[in-house]
Write a protein that binds this ligand. Structure first.
Ligand SMILES: [Zn+2]
Ligand SMILES: [Zn+2]
Length: 383
């Protein structure tokens, strides 16, 4: 399979400026980010392709080599995009190499950034993502929940060192501890991650038999989490240090809980406010009266329907909405009346309604004014 031209991948011309390259990459990465393309498997491939192109084009030396020799300049695994130590987990965050943190720190805050980049010897564990669905009632009250997270934890046998019997790791002989090796490509010298130590700079003579030298093992972990009242779909809760364990004693990543609030049968949410459509009978709407409506806390509220209420009339119940996530009281609940036309009439009811109709005069001002407008519209058409 032939590789696509890096400029084409980012939609650029060959002479593009560094700013144009950065801008184009940013655009592509935003568009193709796996978090936004959960059901588009193609996006991940394209995302990686864009990353790879950017890794090369943002670097003057690599770009010059590419401009001169094309993809041949990097044959042999060069050009970024390779797997990072510590990648993996179920958050898909692992593989986007360093190009990512570069441009994304400002977009995603500390979500993608923290601790990435650089060649620390003990690699930080990956961040993990956990999707949690809650009901609207749970979002109202807040809840404590125990979740099971598949993750890797520090290996107990070697205490995370990766070394059998706890012996100290030794400096990697291939890269002398740099984590990178240099190779000459044409006129240029390019660096790549050391294949012997995967960039860690150290190797282990006798790898721990339990973890194979990684210093961590796969495990399911039960975590109890507190979901505060007021969460909504899209709320992200960060549990610092509860992500994947680091490699060889490195710091752990974070766990992010992504909340999704399911639809409710009765209430529709709009930020901190709730909407509730309440059907009322034609007679109750005409005569007025009290109705009882449900509230999200499980209680009920009496609401006075003024005589002559029309369909669509809104009423507000102050403070009966959702709690604000960061404190500051509750939103309101809005009731919308839906006047229900009676069905399944008996003969007697029909007779009574006909009698009522015959007696009606100024009972339907809206219809009256509408048909008046219609009449003048027709008259105007006739000229
Ligand atoms: Zn171990
Ligand atoms: Zn090495």
């Amino acid at each position: 399979m032939s590789k696509r031209d890096y400029y084409d991948v980012l939609g650029l011309k060959k002479g593009a400026s560094p700013e144009e390259i950065k801008k184009a990459y940013r655009q592509k990465a935003k568009e193709l980010h796996p978090d936004r393309n959960a059901d588009n498997p193609d996006a991940e491939t394209k995302f990686k392709e864009a990353n790879e192109a950017y890794e090369v084009l943002k670097d003057n030396d690599k770009r010059a080599a590419y401009d001169r020799y094309g993809h041949a300049a990097f044959e042999g695994g060069m050009g970024g995009g390779g797997p990072r130590p510590g990648a993996g987990g179920f958050g898909a965050q692992g593989d986007f190499a360093s190009a990512f943190s570069d441009v994304f720190d400002d977009l995603f805050g500390d979500f993608m950034g923290g601790g990435r980049g650089g060649r620390s010897r003990a690699a930080r564990g990956s961040d993990l993502r956990y999707n949690l669905r809650v009901t609207l009632e749970e979002a109202y009250n807040g809840l404590g929940k125990t979740i099971t997270v598949p993750t890797s934890v520090q290996c107990g046998s070697c205490k995370g060192s990766g070394s059998e019997g706890g012996a100290e790791p030794t400096t990697c002989p291939t890269c002398s501890g740099m984590g990178k090796v240099r190779a000459t490509q044409g006129f240029f010298t390019v660096e790549r991650t050391c294949p012997t130590c995967s960039g860690l700079g150290q190797i282990i003579k006798n790898p721990c038999t339990t973890c194979g030298g990684n210093g961590r093992v796969q495990k399911e972990r039960a975590l109890s989490v507190n979901i505060p009242p007021g969460v909504e779909t899209g709320t992200r809760i960060r549990l610092a240090g509860e992500g994947e364990a680091g490699m060889r004693g490195g710091p752990p990543g974070d766990l992010y809980i992504f909340v999704e609030v399911t639809r409710h049968e009765i209430f529709e949410r709009d930020g901190v406010n709730l909407q509730c459509r309440v059907p009322v009978s034609m007679t109750a709407a005409a005569l007025g009266g009290d109705i009882e409506v449900p509230t999200i806390d499980g209680g009920r509220s009496r609401v006075k329907i003024p005589a002559g209420s029309q369909s669509g009339r809104q009423m507000r119940l102050r403070g009966k909405g959702m709690p604000a996530l960061r404190g500051g009281g509750h939103g309101d609940m809005f009731i919308e009346l839906a006047v229900e036309t009676p069905v399944n009439l008996t003969q007697k009811q029909k007779d009574l309604l006909r009698e009522f109709e015959a007696m009606s005069e100024d009972n339907n001002p809206e219809s009256k004014s509408f048909f008046k407008s219609v009449k003048s519209f027709w008259d105007a058409m006739k000229g």
